[in-house]
Design a protein around this ligand. Structure first.
Ligand code: ADP
Length: 495
């Protein structure tokens, strides 16, 4: 069922209200007319009565003395005619006994006035409606000089009065209908404006329900509808704000879940890798020790086996050390003792320490250093830089170079460690910082590598709010590190 529009309801209410007004007004007016007609009729009949009484009494007094009854019986018809002429009404006369003694319209149809006549004979005025109400019989005592002589009956026609009354009543009916129609139309037009505002508000609410929020209030008015419009607009903005916040939270949550899933995956892979990487040196140690047992007397073989056992044990030791460091970084509160670290000084120190190893590999170290200080954990930075230096030596070529440069840029300090070595193939670039990843396992193994160094380096760098990147280069590998400088406003917050 479709609801009736509010403008139809309002217009109908207005129309009915006005109709009611017209109705009440018509009641008063019609009653007034009726009273007025009654008054005029009574006045006229009283006057006619007075004249009739007067003329009959005068005729009676001036005629030879005779009883009232015979007087009336002989002259009644004449009196009735005279009075009818004078008053313009149909007049009937009765004597004291109630007998009709005169009638101005003798052939008029007979009617029964018994009760009214009895009342009039009793000295009182009586009314009776005749001819289905279109005339009134007015019966009034006819007074003689000393007592009542008979009764005068006037036929007062009501037709005109009734017609007038009906005309006015009809006029009110027509007026009522016109008022109903016109007020409904005018009301409809007037309320259309108000309801169009309500429709606009309704549309705005519908829009909000569908998630299309408002850019401005749907209406600008200075009344209650205007206030409602403002309210709807504020409500829309509030909902929009909360929805946006909710969506942001949801995105953050989703990202966190994804990160957790990735971490879990990485952890699984890490554990899988650990078991694999541990097995290899252990198998090798086991095999060499068995060989040693089998060929106790073969000194060369023993020495070779011992050498390999030593190498594999070193590798295992290195791996355990790295894994413990990584685990500590991930799981426990990393013991971070930040202080002012002079990078130039540290790089010079490391270059000095690794010079012997570089010489062994036939590699020269070239330094382009400037004064730069960072706010960091000394031991960690040392570990980071040694790892990168060491890789640059390990994966270099005889006669190659390591070029280390640093510079201060705003509140960051950048360190570049470039080498002229074997380089890193493009397809391995993304994986280089993953634990246990090695480009060439043999070479890495041969140089005592574990594939854990860069992974640990990256984590340590990030703990310092630093960055590490493998840059594009034609030959060799170029790693670029950045750290917040000692003077950076945020460096004191590093944990
Ligand atoms: P590893 O202990 O094997 O050196 P890292 O995590 O330090 O492990 O390095 C991962 C791998 O990245 C190495 O095995 C090597 O293949 C490659 N790599 C690292 N540094 C260099 C470099 N300077 N030049 C060429 N390859 C490198």
């Amino acid at each position: 069922m479709t609801a009736v529009s509010i403008k139809i309801k309002f217009s109908l209410f207005l129309a009915v209200l006005l109709l009611l007004t017209v109705f009440v007004l018509s009641l008063f007016v019609l009653r007034g007319i009726k009273e007025q007609q009654q008054l005029r009729m009574e006045k006229e009949l009283l006057q006619q009565t007075r004249i009739a009484n007067l003329s009959i009494k005068q005729a009676y007094l001036t005629s030879p003395p005779i009883e009232a009854q015979p007087f009336l019986r002989t002259r009644g018809q004449q009196f009735a005619m005279d009075l009818a002429v004078y008053s313009g009404l149909h007049v009937v006369l009765y004597d004291n006994s109630g007998k009709k003694v005169g009638d101005s319209v003798p052939l008029s149809s007979a009617y029964d006035v018994g009760d009214a006549l009895a009342i009039a004979l009793g000295g009182k005025i009586a009314y009776q409606r005749e001819h289905e109400g279109d005339s009134l019989l007015y019966l009034t005592p006819l007074q003689g000089p000393d007592r009542q002589m008979g009764v005068i009956q006037f036929h007062y026609p009501l037709m005109n009065d009734i017609r007038f009354y009906d005309t006015i009543a009809n006029l009110f009916v027509i007026t009522g209908a016109a008022v109903l129609a016109v007020s409904f139309i005018l009301g409809y037009l007037y309320f259309q404006r108000a309801t169009s505002a309500i429709i606009a508000l309704n549309l705005a609410a519908e829009q909000i329900r569908k998630g299309a929020f408002l850019a401005s209030p749907p209406l600008r008015r200075k009344d209650e509808l205007g206030q409602l419009s403002q309210g709807i607009y504020y409500m829309s903005s509030e909902i929009q704000g909360s929805m946006t916040a909710m969506m942001e939270e949801e995105t953050k949550l989703r990202q966190a879940v994804e990160k957790l899933q990735k971490l879990e995956q990485q952890q699984k892979q890490f554990i899988g890798n650990i078991s694999h990487e541990f097995k290899t040196p252990l198998t090798s140690i086991k095999a060499y020790s068995e060989l040693m047992e089998l060929y106790r007397d073969d000194t060369d073989l023993r020495n070779d086996a011992l050498h390999h056992i030593r190498l594999e044990t070193d590798r295992l030791h290195e791996m355990v050390d790295m894994i413990l460091r990584i685990a500590a970084l991930e799981k426990y509160d990393f013991e971070f003792h930040p202080e002012r670290v002079d990078l130039r000084e540290m790089l010079l120190d490391i270059a000095g320490r690794l010079k012997a190893k570089a010489d062994r590999f036939g590699v020269t170290i070239v330094l382009h250093l400037e004064d730069a200080a960072i706010w960091a954990d000394r031991e960690s930075v040392m570990h980071i830089l040694i790892n990168l230096f060491d890789n640059a030596i390990k994966y270099n070529l005889p006669g190659g170079q390591i070029i280390v440069a640093n510079r201060v840029e705003g509140d960051r300090v950048t360190v570049q460690i470039a080498d002229t070595g074997i380089g890193i193939p493009a397809e391995a670039r993304d994986k280089i910082f993953e634990p246990f990843f090695t480009v060439n396992n043999d070479r890495s193994r041969h140089s005592g590598g574990t594939g854990l160094g860069l992974s640990l380096v990256k984590q340590l760098v990030e703990k310092h709010r630093g960055t590490i990147e493998l840059l594009d280069s034609e030959n060799g590998a170029v790693f670029e590190l950045t750290f917040p400088s000692f003077l950076s406003p945020t460096n004191k917050e590093v944990h």
